[in-house]
Design a protein around this ligand. Structure first.
Ligand code: GLN
Length: 278
């Protein structure tokens, strides 16, 4: 089977299974098997797909996609900000909205950054890659997540400036930071049923929901901010679209100032920022 044939087969398999974007997904899967960028496939239509094992990988990848697994988790790679991150079903798939948090973080200088619930490490590693003098701590309650984040840090070249402790929010965190970021689980238990299969079945449940009202993580995070921010330090948290008022009240209740809500490209409240006064 050559590349043109593999693509044709993959597209028809995905289309008949009702997958939304059969061409794009087929290109991403075949390119990953060849170890090249999807754009380059058209330069080599007559090249063989590869070995029998590669054909089997194609078959398995198409089956997984038909069962709703997102392409990123099939090929093990998701582009976020300026890098490709290794992802598996053990970490939250980085979302484009979360790049807004990175963009806001980069609007001011920072030297010590803490990411609570780092997952794949996409936020923290992107920030460290942009600021070569900064050092970072990324926590997670999942051992598998910190291993994945560690691999990403090494591949992206920031391993010498990052530590990745296992920690349940603040439990094993020390020190003070001039920037604290987090994209915690914020989906309420009752909302889990409404999620797309791609999210509900292929992101770790503990990265999505607190199994309660969706605000548990913000209560835990808020409680430790004053102790762990340097004077003048900033916090940036991703939130769900209905959570701004509740999270603003928590931050204000802890004594944080300059509380601001930023919308995503759909106009939904998405990031909340605040500061510890000098
Ligand atoms: N933004 C994700 C979603 O809507 C949720 C991720 C999270 O809970 N932090 O699926």
């Amino acid at each position: 089977m050559n590349i043109r044939e593999a693509l044709g087969w993959a597209v028809s398999e995905l289309r008949s299974a009702g997958v939304d974007t059969p061409e794009r997904d087929a290109r991403a899967i075949v390119a990953a098997i060849k170890g090249i960028e999807p754009m380059r496939l058209r330069l080599m239509p007559g090249d063989p797909l590869g070995s029998i094992a590669d054909q089997r990988t194609l078959d398995e990848s198409l089956t997984a996609r038909k069962h709703g697994m997102p392409v990123s988790k099939i090929i093990g790679r998701r582009a976020f900000w300026k890098h490709d991150f290794h992802v598996t079903t053990e970490v939250l798939d980085p979302r484009p909205e979360t790049e807004i948090l990175v963009e806001l973080a980069l609007q001011e200088p920072f030297t010590r950054v803490l990411d609570l619930g780092t997952g794949s490490g996409c936020i923290l590693i992107s920030l460290l890659a942009e600021r070569p003098a900064a050092k970072g701590v990324g926590t997670d309650i999942s051992e598998k997540a910190v291993l994945i984040a560690g691999g990403n840090a090494a591949r992206i070249g920031v391993a010498d400036r990052i530590i990745l402790p296992l920690s349940d929010w603040w439990d094993d965190v020390g020190g003070q930071y001039d920037l604290i970021v987090s994209n915690p689980p914020y989906i309420a238990a009752a909302e889990m049923i409404d999620l797309q299969t791609e999210v509900r079945d292929f992101d770790p449940r503990e990265a999505l929901t607190d199994e309660a009202d969706g605000l548990t993580a913000y209560r835990r995070i808020s409680a430790g901010l004053m102790a762990h921010l340097t004077p003048g330090g900033r916090v940036l948290l991703e939130i769900g679209p209905t959570q701004a008022d509740a999270v603003m009240a928590m931050l204000a209740g802890e004594g944080l100032t300059d509380i601001t809500v930023h919308a995503d490209l759909d106009g939904s409240d998405r990031i909340i920022g605040a500061r510890k006064s000098m």
